[in-house]
Design a protein around this ligand. Sequence first.
Ligand SMILES: Nc1ncnc2c1ncn2[C@@H]1O[C@H](COP(=O)(O)OP(=O)(O)OP(=O)(O)O)[C@@H](O)[C@H]1O
Ligand SMILES: [Mg+2]
Length: 346
Amino acid sequence: MTVVSLEQLRRCHFAVDLGAARTRVYVKGAGLVVDQPSVAAINTKTGALIAVGEFAEKMTGRTPDYIRVVRPVSGGTVVDIDMAQRMLRQLLGDKVRRTLRRKPRLRAAACTPHDADPLAQRAAIETLVGLGARRVELVDTLIAAAVGCGLPVEQPEATMVMVCGAAATQLAVLSLGSIVTAERVPVGGEAVDHAIVQHLRHQHELMLPSQAVRPLQLALSGNGLTPQGPTSTEIHGRDVATGLARSVQVDTAAVRDAIQTPLTAVLDGIGKVLRACPPDLVADLADRGIMMVGGSALLPGLDQMLREATGMPVHIAERPDVCAVQGLGYMLEGKIEPLILDPLTS
Ligand SMILES: Nc1ncnc2c1ncn2[C@@H]1O[C@H](COP(=O)(O)OP(=O)(O)OP(=O)(O)O)[C@@H](O)[C@H]1O
Ligand SMILES: [Mg+2]
């Protein structure tokens, strides 16, 4: 990743976390000004932007032919630069854009996935250049998230951070402000939702939009993903064959099984990181455990499942969904110790 110093970050005016699921923007001195779905709705006849964010997401699956709902960020990287720019402009709104335009040399920061390739990094930079930034600093999402959740990253003890996003789960062991080992597993909240949708389709011949799986996930909670929650729960969807509305009683244990595959990939990732980690640091981790951040850290019972599988303490950050952008915010405001300056070179 590009070498960035804390000094350069302090000179940035705004910071952006363009996620597969959500876009978040922090403006120096103003705080978090945007936290919206990374979605845009366009009129395919005229090319005009119809809606962005929450409003565009609500349109998913409900639009007439001439409206298309698109996601300019996929798998954690910007896949449609032009659309990402238009979406961001709209999300920022006139007032914030005016404030930013007044800066003589506008500087932006962005976090990018841990193993983002040069092309993905380029796409993030270009998106922000299109918004007027003259200079863009990139920060590893793992560092941004660790800083954002207040982990003592600059200490000589190891801490483990796990960024549970929509498209991926990223894991790192950090010590003295830098990444000791890291992994990116291309499995996140989307994969879990997808596994549930597929399960309902195959076992119950029920179609369900992925936004509708949340109640089912909640039924898995309370006692973790362990088989003690309610045994079944009622789900409303559409019959695959007749297309008519139908509700079914879904066995929660079977749903738990269905999401095992994506979760196993995440567990494998934890194992890999631990194996690559020096023994002294593993001893620290046994005490301090894993800090979960990212929106999918809120998946009911995931923390308990990880606790059982690893035998390590597992914590969920206070506002897990906004940790990465909050970390960038701290860097912009100069609210972190200069000791973790070098690590940003990782
Ligand atoms: N309460 C919740 N329970 C379960 N899952 C949740 C909850 N809230 C958010 N999620 C999931 O979290 C994911 C979004 O997390 P986040 O906002 O960190 O994603 P992102 O930063 O856009 O993604 P990425 O970092 O992978 O690009 C979605 O998959 C969403 O389904
Ligand atoms: Mg993210």
